[in-house]
Write a protein that binds this ligand. Structure first.
Ligand code: HEC
Length: 174
């Protein structure tokens, strides 16, 4: 009992210490789960979704106005929208440690090759490979060293070292 109380107190004491980096990481995961499918991954916000950057009220009014069918997002809290807006304004502020190299490169690839890699996908781990499949039958996969493309027509093709794709992703803010 004493121990539980002590643990709770410790947790409470930590609340004000939550850093903005964590807020951004939370905003990122919320954005990826709730917004990315329609708006893409920041920094690509060429549509009016960019109005939500650092502006949770703009997101709330888009939800209230059911813009683009967004009305179903009404369960998102004000804190959620604040975190999302902050992340949209600082997508590069999420520390690299917050996502694995594979996820960073896959997210970047979807942003970079956005007409080819659709609809946006989540990764499946297949043995050592993180894999995402797309509507046109193309798969992008990678282990911790090499990036591959797979399609029925061309089979499995290595397209380069993960490290060089990671540099390109980092240069674009992923
Ligand atoms: C089902 C698809 C969909 C989802 C999910 C979605 N949006 Fe939208 N959103 C749209 C469409 C479509 C528009 C209109 C785009 C335009 O006008 O260019 C829009 C418009 C907006 C706007 C602009 C409103 C205005 O004043 O013009 C903002 C800001 C926005 N979305 C933010 C978000 C955020 C943040 C999320 C995640 C919480 C989200 N959207 C989720 C489809 C979606």
């Amino acid at each position: 009992m004493k121990h539980i109380a002590a643990t709770c107190l410790t947790a409470l004491a930590l609340v004000p210490a939550i850093s903005s980096a964590q807020t951004l990481a939370i905003g990122k995961s919320l954005f990826n789960a709730q917004c990315q499918a329609c708006h893409g991954t920041p920094p690509r916000l060429s549509d009016n979704g960019g109005r939500g950057i650092n502006n949770p009220n703009a997101i709330r009014s888009a939800i209230n106005g059911n813009k683009g069918g967004m009305g179903y997002l009404s369960t998102l809290s004000t804190q959620d929208l604040t975190d999302i807006a902050a992340y949209m304004g600082a997508p590069t502020g999420v520390s690299a440690a917050a996502a694995t190299a594979n996820e960073r490169v896959l997210n970047w690839a979807e942003w970079k090759f956005q007409t080819m890699l659709l609809p946006r996908a989540t990764s499946t781990q297949v043995g050592p490979y993180a894999v995402r499949g797309y509507g046109n039958g193309l798969y992008v996969g990678m282990d911790d060293a090499t990036v591959y493309l797979y399609s029925a027509a061309n089979g499995l093709q290595p397209v380069g070292a993960l490290s060089s794709f990671l540099s390109m992703a980092a240069a674009d803010g992923f």
